[in-house]
Design a protein. Structure first.
Length: 365
């Protein structure tokens, strides 16, 4: 007996005019039911205007490295030969000691060329003699305060947002942290840098001071913002009474970063797009002979093209503004450490083998 194939009956038309009408598919029906369910709960289903999974990365302003360079500040040369940078507007604060050291004027030979004089390495680095570093610190204290015996309080820096009261630091066991604050006269607070950004803050009314070591990790953790909040708790400091100075560090002209750093800043700051620039290679050979550098990689995966540069100086200036400081109370006394390795120590410019500068601030007794 031949097999019989079962077929589904055709939908019946209720009228001749409906013969050519399209029957709603199951997807449309299910969406209508879903919309009705949302409506019963007082909600409305979101309809995507664009396909899911499309991500638009922020576009940053295109710059050349030359456009982003900052002119270095002219250092002051003390009678003992130490060169350090002063904030011109802080000279009117007669009660304040301060200075951003350079690498010039000291007794260290570890990082100096053979025919150059001694240098002012202020960090206990593996390559330098500890006695030379201690002598350099005495020279810096003498240059800033006039007395080589003025104590300099420092920390074991760990790229954190930890703030320490200088009075609690013991010379035998240095504390771990990246910012110091004090209202005690007669001592200097010191933070060491070789590309990271040093920030000094002074309360003109209550005569309290703070020093911050702000690398990219500390900046993401809002070390300056948190530190000013601590000054308000400890000394009753008001933002309108504060003045700040940002010292030498790696500039946006030279500070290329990757997606990890970019993502960290974008997750923390609404103004993150203002901190990044797309910097194009200005190598004259590559510019003149671009065909020599072509690759078979897909667009966006070649080593050519712009690199993403971070402006750490601007990032910390923004934090000072967010903490309530007035724009005119923030001074940038800086040059790029990577651009001026003969004057400033730079971890990047030296390939990791370098000395340390020190930024100091204190209250005259």
């Amino acid at each position: 007996m031949p097999s019989r194939t079962r077929t589904s009956p055709r939908p019946k038309s209720s009228s001749p005019s409906s013969a050519g009408a399209q029957v709603p598919d199951a997807t449309s029906a299910s969406l209508e039911e879903l919309d009705a369910l949302f409506a019963s709960a007082g909600l409305k289903r979101h309809r995507r205007e664009k396909p899911a999974g499309v991500v638009h990365r922020a576009r940053y302003q295109e710059k050349s490295a030359e456009e982003l360079q900052r002119a270095p500040a002219e250092p002051y040369r003390a009678p003992n030969g130490v060169e350090f940078i002063l904030v011109p507007r802080w000279k009117t604060l007669s009660w304040l000691w301060h200075g951003f050291s350079t690498r010039r004027g000291g007794v260290s030979r570890a990082y100096a060329p053979e025919d150059a004089p001694g240098e002012l390495n202020l960090g206990f680095t593996p390559d330098d003699d500890r006695a030379h570093v201690l002598r350099n610190r005495e020279l810096l204290a003498e240059a800033v305060t006039g007395d080589s015996s003025t104590p300099i309080v420092t920390l074991r820096q760990i790229h954190s947002s930890v703030l320490i009261l200088a009075e609690s630091v013991s010379g035998d066991r240095p504390c771990r942290g990246d910012s110091l604050v004090t209202g005690q006269p007669g001592l200097l607070l010191g933070v060491q840098t070789a590309d990271c950004i040093p920030v000094l803050v002074a309360d003109r009314k209550r005569k309290a001071v703070a020093a911050f070591h702000a690398g990219w990790r500390g900046t993401v953790k809002r070390i300056v913002e948190a530190g000013i909040g601590r000054m308000r708790l400890e000394f009753g400091s008001r933002p309108e009474d504060l003045t700040a100075a940002i010292g030498p560090g790696v500039g946006p002209c030279c500070y290329a970063v990757g997606e990890e750093v970019q993502s960290q800043f974008e997750s923390q700051f609404t103004y993150a797009p203002a901190l990044f620039h797309e910097v194009y290679d200005t190598d004259p050979v590559r510019t003149k002979y671009p065909m020599l550098f072509l690759t078979q990689r897909a667009p966006g995966h070649s080593l050519m093209g712009p690199s993403l540069h971070l402006d750490l100086i601007e990032a910390n200036r923004r934090q000072l503004l967010a903490a309530g400081l007035k724009p005119g109370a923030i001074h940038v006394a800086t040059g790029c450490t990577n651009c001026h390795p003969n004057t400033l120590f730079s971890h990047r410019a030296s390939g990791g083998r370098t000395g340390r500068m020190m930024s100091v601030i204190g209250i005259r007794p």
